[in-house]
Design a protein around this ligand. Structure first.
Ligand SMILES: [Zn+2]
Length: 374
């Protein structure tokens, strides 16, 4: 594995680059202070009442050993996300935080049915979050869309309800349907009715797969459920033939390196398959999964793959372009983004060259190559 001995692309520079976040959960990406604030306002008892205490209890950014353990932090954040003001604030702050590190385009996901414990209607849950995101756009210029999730360990009927909601809000800010939750023992094909409904309505599908279960889960997501993108896909490397299919069909992989370490989907960062996938020509994207629970940002994730997996500046630019290419947005809008972003990245690359900030004096594939390499 080609690991540079010196970090040549700084975190500061990465923060300036135009980015996407295509895999980010609203309920896992709140500000820690906001969780505490909302709990005080709503008289909700949390496992701790200081930022340090709560950080410790929720094991933010720490290895939890399994996806099921990792998901426990959501029990806490969901407690305070049952009223309109809280949902609005979570959405607004998430988009603002992403904009602050130059994320230009973000697809936020969550499952509206998990926010109705205090009587909110599903439509209110969707519209309030859309309003929070829209206000952040007015203020910070970040473009955001929503993906609604079914939860594999709840029920197929509830997934169908979420699919109906996706269809109802198609063209009004909701661009996709996802299946999240515990993967082991809960195969995606059990939720066929939900997938059939969204596909019949020509809506995009992404599915968490190959995170806590093997490649069979990815094959099912693609072949039985019609997924257009795969969330994580860590265990895709175990099936070379399926990996080839994913590469040949340009199926984007929503990689979330730090989250994968936390859930035990990969042993450590050096064992992450992103480098292999990228080398083989797969369309890999880098995402946060959960800014709070994983204690990360898109910039941190990109810096991590630079320092630990040897992604060069050119590799990072390719990954950034992959993000825009893989977005669930209309083709004409995507073309506009691609032109704009490629130009910006070329300017950054020129500056990098002149300042000799990184060690490779000859830039091997170049951005022209990166752009052409569909
Ligand atoms: Zn996820």
């Amino acid at each position: 594995m080609n690991q540079p001995t010196v970090s040549t692309v700084s975190l500061e520079l990465i923060r300036e680059l135009p980015k996407t976040d295509l895999h980010v959960h609203l309920d896992g990406s709140m500000r820690l202070e906001t969780v505490l604030d909302l709990a005080r306002e709503q008289n909700v008892k949390l496992p701790a009442d200081t930022p340090e205490g709560l950080r410790e209890k929720l094991r933010l950014g720490k290895k939890t050993g399994s996806l099921v353990e990792y998901l426990k932090a959501f029990d806490v954040t969901l407690q305070v996300l049952q009223v309109k003001d809280a949902l609005y604030r979570a959405a607004y702050e998430l988009a603002s935080d992403a904009a602050a590190e130059n994320v230009r385009y973000m697809e936020v996901r969550y499952s509206p049915m998990l926010h109705t414990r205090k009587g909110l209607r599903l439509t209110t849950v969707v519209e309030t979050v859309l309003r929070g995101l829209q206000d952040a756009r007015m203020e910070h210029g970040i473009t955001t869309r929503l993906i609604l999730c079914g939860i594999r360990n709840i029920s197929a009927t509830s997934s169908l309800r979420m699919a109906e909601l996706v269809v109802a809000y198609k063209g009004r800010g909701v661009v996709g349907f996802d299946l999240a939750g515990a993967e082991y023992d809960y195969p995606p094909k059990d939720h066929q009715d939900a997938f059939a409904l969204v596909r019949k309505n020509n809506v995009n599908v992404t599915i968490h797969a190959g995170e806590a279960y093997g490649p069979a889960s990815i094959a099912q997501a693609l072949h039985d459920c019609g997924a257009h993108r795969i969330g994580h896909g860590c265990r895709l490397r175990e099936d070379g033939d399926l990996l080839r299919y994913v590469i040949d069909h340009r199926i984007p992989l929503e990689c979330c390196p730090s989250s994968n370490i936390q859930t035990g989907a990969v042993r450590d960062i050096n064992d992450h398959p992103m480098r292999l996938y990228h080398n083989l020509g797969a369309r890999v994207t880098v995402n946060t999964d959960n800014r709070l629970v994983t204690d990360t940002t898109v910039s941190k994730e990109l810096h991590l793959i630079h320092t630990s997996l040897g992604f060069s500046f050119e590799d990072l630019c390719q990954v950034l372009l992959n993000g825009f290419k893989s977005a669930f947005m209309p083709h004409h809008e995507k073309q506009h983004y691609m032109r704009q972003i490629a130009t910006e990245l070329e300017d950054f690359a020129r500056k990098q060259d002149m300042e000799e900030v990184y060690l490779n004096t000859s830039r091997p594939p170049g951005l022209e190559g990166a752009r052409a390499a569909e």
